[in-house]
Design a protein around this ligand. Structure first.
Ligand code: ATP
Length: 620
């Protein structure tokens, strides 16, 4: 087969354009990316050799860097898995990685930041064009014919059969004029030592006289003794592992020996990956068996609510040929997993205690994910609950700061439940009529505004022996706490009015009654004691799901002039308008949608006009 020329896929072309024209402020990252690819290729070969040991034979896997000053080239060579012709075409030109578009979309225009994004989005190979005006790849996979790929990064690349004696890949960079100093050996040495020291295979530099020097320690990072590793080393390894340029927030490195033998190195990132919200996506840590890389994102090793954790586990007990299926229900894996969960929670507790500001940032980024643990992880429910941060009626800042232990500590002797209110957002929550009675009596209410909160409270029925109670739900206990002595007096006065209103609203409400919780607003809706929460129903409805048609209780504030006015209205039409209005107001205040907004508007206008017209009765 002769030379074949192909077009780069559009997104790849855009990306290349960007590399070539704008990412020169942090040129040296290309070396890290290419060494990382070479090292991945060696890991892949080692993995294939588990089933077919003859592939590896007695080869020592390594990466070798060499320069040709006269030709102005730098070559990165590995004896890893290599690529077939189809691999080359797919991987280096025609199939854009899933991250490419997201990468292009997240560019900020700030070159430094943008270049840092490159690795994170899995577009590493193309970074070669930051320093090269032509890149040649010579590669051979197994028994297949060797392939030569070449491109100047301008829109096309060529592929042709070639000759190469041994398995693996060579990436030859024809350095641009302004990047010629990458043939300078001390420069290369410095970069490699800085970025690649923790890589588990030797990275060698071919010196002038043919001698070769190994630049790194070439032992898997996590196997090194903890006391030899500095914070900086952990951060470098984190970068290598995740391509995340922001430093990790914390890490935990453990070697476990005994009945179970494994090493774990877990990191908590500072910022969220772009697919954090996809529960199926970026989950789990890397799995190694006896230092051989087995798989990325081994979902079995961590529960979904800890999907922000990055890192690896190197087990001595699992078989080398372990597959994803085998991991499921495996006793060893289960034991490791529960130990990892404990370690992550330990880490988080430690940050929360010693670095509250960092914890606040962590919570802002990952809190809503961690909270899923209350639903998902029964065994650690209380620990996760302690790590949660909430808004509350006792706090006015934008950051949630209240913890359940703190709330319980502040509770008065007579308070026996933890009060909460769920709402779509903080401002709806803060101005909710349901809070009025609690505010007036200085009872703190947690304000829960994440979507997941409804599930959280349905799973966390109590904390430290205190029940969680919604302030938007009918409950004798709760109402007794806030009831005023005058309410009993009002009951008699309003008996007939309430009955009229009830008859008028019919099956739309469970009951109409006087409220203990209102001090300012005229009306609110509460859910029956055993009914589904109103917000949960509303969420189901918005999601297009069938919500059980439970009926709310309409509560009226007996001291509000509008409600007082009801008592005096004899004409059915006016009475009806006002009752409907009180019901609609209560719905609006909880952020719900009205069943018939146009009718509401009409009614409101009718009442406003009646008020404005000379000689008319004034309602408010
Ligand atoms: N030295 C190499 N040996 C074998 N295959 C390689 C080599 N370099 C690149 N590849 C192949 O090309 C693909 C694309 O590489 P690229 O660096 O762009 O992305 P990636 O390695 O998948 O992502 P990331 O850079 O984030 O690790 C790789 O997934 C791999 O299949």
């Amino acid at each position: 087969m002769s030379v074949e020329t192909r077009e780069f896929q559009t997104e790849v072309r855009d990306l290349l354009h960007l590399m070539i024209h704008s990412l020169y402020s942090n040129q040296e990252i290309f070396l890290r990316e290419l060494i990382s690819n070479a090292s991945d290729a060696c890991d892949k070969l080692r993995f294939e050799a588990i089933a077919r040991p003859e592939l590896l034979g007695s080869d020592e896997l390594a990466v070798e860097l060499s320069v040709d000053e006269a030709a102005g080239t730098l070559t990165i060579k590995d004896n890893g898995i290599g690529m077939s012709r189809q691999d080359v075409i797919d991987n280096l030109g025609t199939i854009a990685r899933s991250g490419t578009r997201k990468f292009m979309e997240s560019l900020s225009g700030d070159q430094k930041k943008d270049s840092q994004l490159i690795g994170q989005f899995g577009v590493g190979f193309y970074s070669a064009f930051i320093v090269a005006d032509k890149v040649t790849v010579l590669t051979k996979r197994g028994d297949e014919e060797a392939v030569r790929w070449e491109s100047d990064g301008q829109g096309q690349f060529s592929v042709e059969p070639s000759f190469k004696l041994d398995r693996g890949t060579e990436v030859i960079l024809h350095l641009r004029e302004d990047a010629k100093d990458f043939t300078h050996l001390p420069r290369i040495e410095g970069i490699v030592r800085r970025y690649s020291d923790h890589i588990g295979l030797p990275i060698r530099l071919r010196k002038k006289e043919g001698e070769v020097e190994t630049l790194n320690q070439a032992s898997a990072f996590w196997t090194r003794p903890k006391n030899e590793l500095k914070d900086e080393d952990y951060q470098h390894f984190y970068q290598h592992l995740t391509h995340d340029f922001a430093p990790a927030l914390a890490w935990a490195h453990h070697k476990v020996e005994g009945t179970l033998e494994y090493t774990s190195l877990l990191y908590i990132p500072t910022r969220a990956p772009f697919d954090l919200w996809d529960r199926e996506q970026s989950r789990g840590v890397q799995l190694y068996v006896k230092r051989v890389f087995i798989m990325d994102k081994a979902a079995e090793l961590l529960p979904a609510y800890l999907r922000f954790v990055r890192g690896l586990v190197d087990s001595a007990d699992l078989p080398l040929n372990v597959s994803r299926e085998l991991l499921q229900g495996n006793r060893t894996v289960e034991k490791i997993r529960s130990a990892l969960v404990k370690r992550v929670l330990d880490m988080l507790e430690d940050i929360a205690e010693k670095r509250p500001e960092d914890y606040a940032r962590f919570w802002q980024t990952f809190g809503a994910v961690l909270k899923e643990g209350i639903v998902e992880d029964q065994a650690n429910r209380e620990r996760v609950a302690r790590l949660c941060r909430f808004h509350s009626s006792a706090q006015s800042g934008e950051q949630p700061e209240v913890t359940l232990p703190k709330y319980v500590e502040r509770m008065g002797a007579e308070q026996n439940a933890i009060y909460y209110l769920t709402a779509d957002n903080l401002s709806t929550a803060r101005s909710s009529p349901h809070l009025e009675g609690f505010r007036a009596r200085n009872l703190e209410v947690l304000l829960l505004t994440d979507r997941i909160d409804e599930w959280v409270v349905s799973h966390l029925s109590e904390f430290e022996g205190k029940k969680l109670e919604s302030v938007a739900r009918a409950s004798k206990d709760l109402e007794a706490k806030i009831e005023t002595p005058e309410k009993a007096k009002h009951e008699g006065e309003y008996k007939e009015t309430l009955e009229r209103a009830q008859t008028l609203l019919g099956a739309r409400v469970e009951a109409v009654r006087l409220s203990s919780r209102l001090t300012e607003s005229p009306s609110c809706l509460v859910a029956g004691e055993y009914a589904m929460s109103r917000r949960f129903e509303e969420m189901l409805r918005r999601a297009g799901e069938q919500a059980p048609a439970s009926r709310p209780i309409l509560e009226l504030n007996p001291t509000h002039p509008l409600v007082e006015r009801l008592k005096d209205l004899s004409a059915d039409e006016d009475f009806g308008d006002l009752v409907e209005l009180l019901l609609a107001q209560a719905q609006l205040a909880e952020g719900a949608q009205l069943d018939d907004p146009a009718a509401f508007v009409k009614r409101l206008n009718r009442l406003l006009l009646a008020q404005a017209a000379p000689g008319s009765r004034i309602i408010v």
